[in-house]
Design a protein around this ligand. Structure first.
Ligand SMILES: Nc1ncnc2c1ncn2[C@@H]1O[C@H](COP(=O)(O)OP(=O)(O)OP(=O)(O)O)[C@@H](O)[C@H]1O
Ligand SMILES: [Mg+2]
Length: 470
């Protein structure tokens, strides 16, 4: 039996060229096996035949196939039984049934049991090939989808966490690495650096993303209520407990519990949290039984927890439980390079929210933004831009719209004494502004002087004074 190599299709219908589909033909009639072997080989498939279900299983165990073309009625293991075997997890096979006269009902039954399609005997060769092509197309789409899903998952959550600075790239990398695991992450950073955003990103990138994301601000709930908030309570646990209540831990079952401001957790609850984390079970207030929970815990704080451990405000054992993976968010002032992207991102988002057609910020405004020290980090930037958007009609937001003044704190002070020296800091700022103006005008001093609103002569003097060489 010779195989007609020239008729082997390179990649019909966009089939991955590397993948010649492998077909396993299962039929007890020798003529039928022979016919299908010839027919499918001619179409370029790699085909192997088996005489019954048992033999098919042996072949399937030995190597991988893409499709099984299977008769319904066979001795030993029949088509239905084989199908049932193949639908065990681990087998991702596409099964096509072949039904002879009188077995159509069974073929339909087989489709309900997971077969992809059926062909009635007798069939024309076109019919078989067409059905296989269709199945191949479906497999290709399924693979593409799976790949896109992976791609989406890889970037989802992170596209909202803007930043191309080295520090933010490192944050992205850590998030990607820890997300798939159940490890506890302790997220630290100043106010407004995006701690909650990071927690959501970790959840979204984990296989718990379809489960709940529950956030509890430990600093915002009075100590007396916090235990019942976290762990729930049984009916009658205390005077006002008219009915039992599910705690946030249980609500987060199968998902992620984000404990914000964990540094504010009172000592009494620290030991209860530690027990919950260690044993994967919680105890409702007033309940003697424990309830098992499957929760991934992420915690955040702007406090220096290690210092709190040292001063015994925070339990050391709990600290180590939480700090399995530490993730420190950089303050905005240490990543000024991210400002243009952040401004762009925030404006794009707010444009929709406020229905305003703002295009961006002017270059002067950007330079001013870069000179701020951003104690409130990204949240402060957000507030500033949103306020400007609401208050002004301008397409391009300038220093006036943003209502910001040059801040003398441009750049870190060289030493503590300089911090308050108006003279030194304004000289530094002047130096920066002149350099920016010259850069922007590509060294045209007349033009630069105009931008700086000083005389040409004054500019020349200052260039000399600061030793600017452009
Ligand atoms: N890297 C970032 N990219 C885009 N937006 C960000 C980024 N970081 C923070 N934000 C935005 O800034 C705001 C503050 O972020 P978030 O609430 O996550 O900060 P936080 O660290 O939890 O602050 P706090 O300690 O005050 O609770 C949010 O609106 C968030 O969307
Ligand atoms: Mg927060």
């Amino acid at each position: 039996m010779s195989v007609n190599g020239s008729s082997a299709p390179a990649a019909p219908g966009g089939r991955a060229s590397s993948a010649v589909s492998r077909v396993l033909v299962v039929d007890d009639e020798e003529n039928m096996r022979h016919l299908l072997l010839l027919m499918l080989r001619k179409e370029g498939y790699e085909v192997v035949a088996a005489a019954d279900g048992e033999q098919a299983l042996e072949l399937l165990a030995a190597r991988e196939f893409d499709f099984v073309l299977c008769d319904v009625r066979m001795p030993r293991l029949d088509g239905m039984a084989l199908l049932a075997e193949l639908h065990h997890p681990g087998h991702a096979l596409t099964v096509i049934m072949m039904s002879a006269f009188g077995t159509l009902d069974l073929a339909i039954e087989a489709m309900k049991a997971g077969a992809y399609d059926y062909i009635s005997k007798p069939f024309k060769s076109d019919e078989v090939v067409l059905t296989l092509r269709k199945a191949e197309e479906r497999e290709r789409l399924k693979r593409d989808n799976a790949r896109l899903e992976v791609e989406l998952v890889r970037t989802r959550g992170l596209e909202n966490l803007v930043g191309t600075s080295t520090a933010m790239q490192a944050v992205h990398a850590t998030i990607r690495k820890v997300a798939p695991h159940k490890a506890t992450v302790l997220i630290t950073g100043e106010s407004g650096t995006g701690k909650e955003l990071v927690a959501r990103a970790i959840h979204d990138l984990s296989d718990r993303r379809r489960g709940p994301f529950v956030a509890v601000n430990c600093g915002a709930i009075p100590e007396t209520l916090l235990e019942s908030e976290l762990f729930g309570h049984a009916k009658g646990a205390f005077t006002d407990a008219y009915r039992s209540k599910t705690g946030r831990f249980e609500e987060a079952h199968g998902g992620t519990l984000f404990l914000d401001e964990i540094g504010e957790l009172p000592l009494s609850l620290q030991s209860k949290l530690l027990r919950a984390l260690a044993e994967d079970e919680i105890r409702r207030v007033g309940d003697t039984r424990a309830t098992p929970v499957d929760v991934r815990v992420l915690a955040a704080t702007l406090r220096d927890l290690e210092a709190d451990v040292a001063s015994q405000r925070f339990r050391e054992d709990l600290f180590y439980r939480l700090n399995v993976v530490p993730l420190a968010l950089p303050p905005l002032r240490e990543r000024h390079g991210d400002l243009p992207l952040l401004v762009h991102h925030i404006l794009a988002r707010s444009r929709e929210r406020f229905g305003r057609n703002v295009r961006g910020v002017t270059r002067e405004a950007m330079a001013l933004l870069e000179s701020q020290d951003w104690k409130g980090n990204v949240r402060e930037l957000e507030n500033l831009l949103e306020r400007a958007m609401v208050l002004s009609e301008a397409e391009w937001l300038g220093p006036d719209e943003l209502a910001i003044e040059p801040v003398a704190g441009a750049g870190p002070p060289e030493d503590g004494e300089d911090e308050l020296s108006i003279k030194k800091l304004s000289r530094r700022l002047e130096d920066r502004l002149i350099r920016s103006a010259l850069e922007r005008t590509r060294g045209n001093r007349t033009h630069a002087a105009r931008l700086l609103e000083i005389s040409h002569r004054a500019l020349l003097l200052k260039i000399k004074e600061y030793g600017i060489d452009l």
